[in-house]
Design a binder for this molecule. Structure first.
Ligand SMILES: Nc1ncnc2c1ncn2[C@@H]1O[C@H](COP(=O)(O)OP(=O)(O)O)[C@@H](O)[C@H]1O
Ligand SMILES: [Mg+2]
Length: 236
């Protein structure tokens, strides 16, 4: 089954066009990487999918249903968790409080304690520090907390924007391990990254955006062998 489909999305900021006829498909259970340089339009596409930016034209479907014009809250209730760039935690709230906020839609609030226990199993470090303010965590731990908060809504699909950005190499490995774990749990993932090599290693397929246009798509094993990808994105 196709989980997410964006069809010929065009987006503008004022008069400036940021996305040109961009299409993308993610099948259920896949990890798909959306790659591209800074300014390519990756975040704009995620914002269009999640209702934060309104496309001038094009369509978005989630599990076969149109979600055009849907509100960000509604997107979450449909089963899509969106982790914006930088995580957007509440720095002066504790780890536990940040997690609770991930369960704010009414039907998830009732089971928040069970969800928090589930997150503590997946992220044991967060359990040890549950009373600590989010601002006191390291960069990698903050990213883990942001992931856990997103997972509090029990999503069918996760959209991650630049999960690995600014993290120490060892934390990049940890964060990508969690992404693989999500796949094993049956959660579909769209992974926006500038870290081309490592994200292609865990993804099934990848799309490459260049200047607001989809330049390439394919299975990661083929793309890693593609001369253009090697030269432009892998520095080989
Ligand atoms: N809020 C905004 N207002 C005006 N231009 C924007 C805004 N957000 C992004 N852009 C522009 O849209 C283009 C795509 O940006 P973005 O989607 O953030 O790219 P990426 O996430 O791939 O780095 C860039 O040229 C960027 O400058
Ligand atoms: Mg971005």
């Amino acid at each position: 089954m196709t989980m997410l489909e964006a069809e010929k999305i065009n987006c503008y900021y004022g008069n400036v066009q940021a996305l040109w006829d961009v299409s993308l498909k993610v099948e259920q259970g896949e990890i798909v990487a959306l790659l591209g340089a800074n300014g390519a339009g990756k975040t704009t596409l995620l914002n269009a999918i999640t209702g934060l930016v309104k496309p001038a034209s094009g369509h978005i479907f989630f599990m076969g249903q149109s979600i055009d014009g849907i509100s960000p809250q509604n997107v979450m209730e449909k089963g899509i968790a969106y982790l914006p760039e930088g995580g957007r935690l509440f720095p002066d709230m504790s780890i536990r409080e940040n997690l609770e906020l991930g369960a704010y839609p009414m039907n998830m609030w009732k089971s928040r304690n069970a969800s928090i226990d589930r997150m503590f199993e997946m992220f044991p470090k967060l359990k040890e520090r549950q009373k600590q303010m989010a601002s006191t965590l390291s960069g990698g731990e903050k990213q883990m907390l942001a992931m856990a908060r997103g997972l509090m809504s029990n999503p069918k699909m996760c959209l991650f924007d630049e999960l690995s950005y600014g993290l120490a190499p060892i934390m990049v490995i940890e964060v990508f391990k969690i992404v693989k774990m999500l796949k094993e749990q049956g959660i579909t993932v769209l992974l926006v990254e500038q870290n081309v090599k490592q994200s292609m290693e865990i993804a099934d397929r990848a799309y490459v955006l260049e200047n607001g246009r989809m330049a390439l798509e394919g299975h990661c094993c083929d793309l890693l062998d593609n001369d253009y990808v090697k030269k432009a994105y892998l520095g080989l």
